[in-house]
Design a protein. Structure first.
Lengths: 476, 217
């Protein structure tokens, strides 16, 4: 039977590594097309009418969603045998669905790149792109995603019901069914743009500010048990508290997207109140990681044996970055502009983009990279996985690069808010007055530079993930 | 067991999580029902009898739209005024106007507008927000765009620009040619005009005020 250190022999863990590998490739695509878009801000003629900003940006954000979903599926397939004590049920179907999913993604991206846009007909919505930010995937692919997600949820449920159903598995079972079901809210066409955006936010917000956050809570719980031997009882109690806090604030926090899209005024109060509470669970999650780490290390030290309790250094560092980055990117940067009095001016500016970059990275990219390191450890039967030069360079450059981009975009956002919005009244001319300001232009130069640093860090990350398993430095 | 506190009991927190999630979900669903009623698209009869809807019917393209400060609500709101010609007509039927809006909304998705522009403030930040684009001073009589495109009405100027965007560069950052046909352009302009009539609770603030034009007039 599989245990915490050996993924060897488990088909579920093998499938997890497939998911992680494909996720890493798509992660690379996300960064490359992000660079194209960043270059276009600095040099607008770059690839003009070849790969325009709309195409580059669409691939940038779609690749983001897709690699994260792949890595999330991978994480679940990885931890299921450990948690339930049995091999994942329906693993053969899981493997088949992986290939269907991966092939569909490749086709979708090729069509984005080669066809790009179509005539104003339903056919375009069905076969080229749906033109709705984050969920641009054409309708045929939507149905494919629904089938694959249902297969994944079925595997998770069947395994959870047959094996040992831990608190972590119970949370994941409930969370993943909501995650898959919410996608349906984004699969219809309407002439009414207000109705369109109302339901569109059910997918986007209830994913990233509710179900995905709960997923992260469950993965963090698994990571703490696996990496530092934290007490399951304590970790799972925290997990339930986090679920209550995350869903309690996040579900109605959706109101902060309903301030200005044509929806009634009462969303001002509801959105402001509940979204202002959203950072609280993120603070709690950070404290939880620090507390458990200190407690376990203290216990170890008290026994007279002064060695680290962490059995996977790079993974734990990424999990720590997650705990802090989630709080900073989603919590602080989100709270900056969540009150309607502020959001009236910041809505639709680079401010949102700054928050988006740090939140997606801090809340999700970090912990999923951490899970990839846990899989490398398991796959190679390593007892203590240590840092290498590459793992240190990777984390430093990626974290530094994303922080740098976030700060640059925040400054660009300030310029936009003050010049284009407050001073110039948000018109076409006002928009370009802001864009052409020296501070805005400098911020965009810095963003590009920091983007390049992030990409170089990604190369170190890939190198490390591919090679560290064979490195003799680790304890086996 | 008697001394065990409920605050460190996993089952207590599990139940709390279920109750909190259930309560929040029920409240969201209830509010959604209310919102659905308020954001349903209006009808031609509403427009003729002066009933204000948050999202007016498609025949709003037959009317003049402006964006004016409401002292009662403390922010600007769209105001639907007298009849105004749109591509030479102000008598579009509900079906005709609905078909134009349908074409325009489909076009806005098929041409991926949202990955450069923002619509109702959502989308990408590479190009101007389109929420009140119809009311932008640049497109009005005497604005720069009518002169540049050689057209004498704003709808014709907008349609011409949409079909040949890189022929009329306004900045080094240009809109690419997206293969928009004349009919699609007409639909897109109808979609933009309709969007400008949506009550967005005062977003964007002060729109058009700083350009010499008063409230989009």
């Amino acid at each position: 039977m599989a245990n915490k250190f050996t993924g060897i022999g488990s088909e579920s863990k093998q499938l997890a590594t497939w998911y992680f590998t494909f996720a890493a490739i798509i992660f690379g695509a996300q960064l490359l097309f992000g660079l194209v878009a960043a270059i276009q801000y600095v040099m607008p003629g770059f690839l003009f009418e070849v790969v325009d900003f709309n195409v580059a940006r669409m691939i940038h954000i779609n690749a983001l969603v897709v690699w994260m979903v792949f890595a999330m599926f991978g994480s679940v397939y990885y931890l299921l045998p450990d948690e339930t004590g049995i091999e994942t049920i329906g693993i053969k179907i899981g493997k088949l669905l992986f290939w269907i999913f991966a092939a569909a993604i490749v086709v979708v991206v090729l069509v984005y790149l080669l066809v790009q846009v179509g005539p104003a007909t339903e056919t375009t919505i069905w076969f080229i792109n749906e033109g709705r930010e984050y969920i641009e995937a054409p309708r045929w692919a939507d149905w494919g995603i629904v089938v694959v997600a249902l297969g994944f949820v079925a595997n998770l449920w069947l395994t959870g019901m047959s094996g040992k159903r831990s608190g972590i598995v119970t949370v994941l079972m409930a969370d993943m069914i909501a995650f898959a079901g919410l996608y349906l809210a984004g699969m219809f066409f309407t002439d009414n743009i207000v109705m369109d955006q109302y339901w569109w936010w059910w997918v986007i917000h209830l994913w990233v500010e509710a179900t995905w956050e709960v997923f992260v809570g469950a993965i963090a719980a698994y990571g703490l048990i696996t990496m530092i031997g934290a007490s399951r009882k304590v970790v799972e109690m925290w997990l339930w508290i986090e679920v209550a806090m995350l869903f309690g604030s996040g579900i109605l926090g959706i109101g902060h997207h309903y301030f200005w899209i044509g929806t009634p005024e009462y969303w001002w109060e509801i959105g402001a109140l509940f979204s202002a509470l959203e950072p609280l669970p993120l603070v709690a999650m950070f404290i939880h990681v620090m507390y458990d780490w200190g407690k376990q290390q203290g216990k170890q030290n008290a026994s007279g044996e002064v060695v680290s309790v962490i059995n996977n250094k790079p993974a734990f560092l990424w999990f720590w970055m997650n705990a802090f980055g989630n709080f900073l990117g989603a919590g602080i940067w989100g709270f900056f502009h969540t009150l309607p009095q502020v959001n009236l001016y910041t809505h639709g500016t680079q401010f949102t983009s700054a928050h988006g970059h740090l939140a997606f990275f801090g809340a999700y990219a970090t912990i999923l990279i951490g899970m990839m390191y846990i899989a490398v450890q398991g796959k190679n039967g390593i007892k203590v996985l240590k840092h290498t030069k590459s793992s240190i360079w990777a984390v430093s450059m990626i974290v530094g690069g994303v922080m740098g981009m976030t700060i640059a975009l925040t400054i660009a956002g300030y310029v936009q808010v003050l010049v284009s919005r407050a001073q110039m009244g948000a018109t076409w001319a006002g928009y370009f007055d802001g864009q052409q300001g020296v501070w805005f232009a400098q911020a965009m130069d810095w963003r590009l530079l920091m983007g390049v640093i992030t990409f170089l860090g990604f190369i170190f990350l890939v190198k490390d993930l591919l090679s560290t398993g064979k490195n003799p430095v680790h304890e086996r | 067991m008697a001394n065990k506190s409920v605050w460190s009991d996993n089952r207590f927190w599990q139940r709390s999580a279920a109750w909190v999630t259930g309560f929040a979900s029920v409240l969201l669903i209830w509010l959604t029902f209310d919102t659905m009623g308020q954001i349903a698209i209006g009808t031609d009869a509403d427009l003729q009898s002066g009933v204000t809807k948050r999202v007016p019917g498609p025949t709003v393209i037959n009317y003049k739209i402006s964006y004016e400060m409401s002292t009662k609500r403390g922010h600007e709101v769209p105001v639907i005024g007298e009849k105004e010609k749109f591509f030479g007509r102000d008598d579009y039927s509900e079906e005709e106007a609905g078909a134009l809006l349908h074409l325009g909304k489909l076009g806005s998705q098929a041409k991926n507008c949202m990955n450069c522009h923002t619509l109702l403030g959502n989308g990408a930040y590479y190009a101007p927000d389109l929420t009140k684009a119809w009311l932008d001073p640049a497109w009005q009589d005497g604005g720069t765009m009518q002169a540049m495109t050689g057209k004498s009405t704003k709808e014709e100027a907008m349609a011409e620009f949409l079909q040949h965007p890189s022929t009329y560069p306004t900045h080094s950052r240009m809109m690419p040619n997206l293969g928009i046909t004349a009919q699609e352009a007409k639909g897109l302009v109808a979609f933009l005009k309709h969007m400008s009539s949506i009550d967005t609770n005062g977003f964007p603030r002060n729109f058009g005020r700083m350009q010499g034009a008063v409230n989009g007039k």
